[in-house]
Design a protein around this ligand. Structure first.
Ligand SMILES: [Zn+2]
Ligand SMILES: [Zn+2]
Length: 391
């Protein structure tokens, strides 16, 4: 396996790793990424890049105007951590109890800062503009939407983003055209029955029994309504109801999530969910309520943008660039891709010598092979070179 880390990135290795460890040590949640955003803004300024802070609440936007006119390419990193207590015993372990960079966003931020520095040094040769988007709140709150409504994408022609990916080993880059991550919606169903004595069910409406039928019926959305060669998930992850073994429950609350790779399947799931809930309620004489919350849309890569990343990735990792390890996870990068064409891709980062499945994202012992930072930065630099730099 030969990996061609770009020499300008190789020269920055210590700095990129040091930034990643600094951010890892000081993780921040959601929109509260004040220290990280400060660090980012100061670094960009030191590179001579024009900076706008407070974008999308706590995001930072850097604009690097090249020596000649041309298109605007946006590169994005997310900055937020997770409410997880780190169990790694490393010198850069989180100093904040219960908060941890367990998804790799510390690495994304370090990568993009390294890229910004390298590109700023050659700005005269850039034919166009590079926009650096550092966003807060990827983990659930949709920080991307706030960046967009605050003008983060104004004038942007194409956007690119990456994710360190422990499901693939170091040296691999995973990407594909079309859907690469799923939509992630949330629902709550409330089953309202009629309670009574556990030994006298006649005349009651048992919310537990109704829920059992409901959960079973919901399984058919994936097994019977979805084209078997496409992917979808309906998960009921939480159920709460009843008070005692001998009391018929009058109320059960169910919480779950749905996932789909296409907007059509997403809408189909939403429709079927409502139909089944209404039908089961009618069949058992129970009152049914549903709250359905649209989460992140599916992340769908543009074909041409995908091709551009693939070409750049091949130059860095050769045959290591190929099919991604797919999951039904969601990403708020999807919101950017709804507005402008672009591509989201995965940088294999499983710690060397470890089974890629043994250090998953969002776990308390998450860590990465830090050489993956250099791979990610090299792809971004190569991409901008291919698209904007004149030699
Ligand atoms: Zn995550
Ligand atoms: Zn993430």
């Amino acid at each position: 396996m030969t990996i061609n880390i770009r020499p300008e990135i190789e020269a920055l290795e210590r700095e990129i790793v040091a930034i990643r460890r600094d951010i890892h040590r000081h993780p921040e949640l959601g929109f509260e990424v004040h220290r990280t955003a400060n660090l980012v803004a100061e670094y960009l300024v030191s590179c001579g890049i024009e900076v706008r802070t407070g974008v999308g609440k706590t995001g930072v936007v850097g604009t690097l105007t090249g020596g000649k006119a041309g298109p605007t390419i946006a590169l994005r990193a997310d900055m937020d951590a997770l409410p997880i207590h780190e169990t790694n015993d490393v010198e850069y372990k989180s100093v904040h109890d219960g908060i941890m960079h367990a998804c790799g966003h510390d690495g994304h931020t370090a990568i993009l800062l390294g890229v910004a520095k390298v590109l700023a040094e050659r700005r005269e040769r850039i034919k166009g503009t590079v926009r650096f988007l550092f966003q807060p709140a990827e983990e659930g709150e949709g920080g991307a939407r706030y960046m967009i409504s605050d003008g983060g994408l104004n004038g942007v022609d194409e956007i690119y983003g990456l994710h360190l990916w422990n499901y693939q080993p170091f040296g691999q880059i995973g990407l594909k055209p079309g859907p690469i991550l799923a939509s992630a919606d949330i629902f709550e169903i409330r089953v309202n029955g009629k309670g009574g004595h556990g030994a006298a069910p006649q005349g009651t409406v048992d919310a537990v029994v109704v829920s059992a039928h409901l959960i079973t019926a919901l399984q058919t959305i994936v097994s019977r309504d979805t084209n078997p060669i496409e992917s979808a998930v309906v998960t009921v992850g939480k159920i709460a109801g009843g008070n005692n073994f001998n009391i018929i429950a009058d109320k059960v609350v169910l919480n779950g999530t749905t996932r789909a790779y296409t907007e059509a399947n997403r809408q189909m799931i939403k429709r079927r969910l409502r139909t089944i809930i209404t039908g089961i309620g009618r069949a058992f004489n129970a009152g049914m309520e549903i709250d359905y919350e649209d989460g992140y849309p599916p992340t769908i890569n543009d074909k041409q943008a995908y091709q551009k990343v693939f070409t750049a990735a091949r130059k860095i990792v050769g045959k290591g660039a190929g099919e991604p390890y797919l999951s039904m996870g969601g990403e708020d990068f999807a919101y950017y891709l709804e507005k402008v064409p672009g591509c989201f891709f995965f940088i294999g980062s499983a710690p060397v010598g470890r089974d890629p499945m043994s250090v998953p994202h969002h776990c308390s012992h998450f860590d990465i092979d830090e050489r993956a930072l250099l791979v990610g930065a090299s792809v971004f630099v190569q991409l901008v070179d291919d698209l904007l730099t004149v030699s």
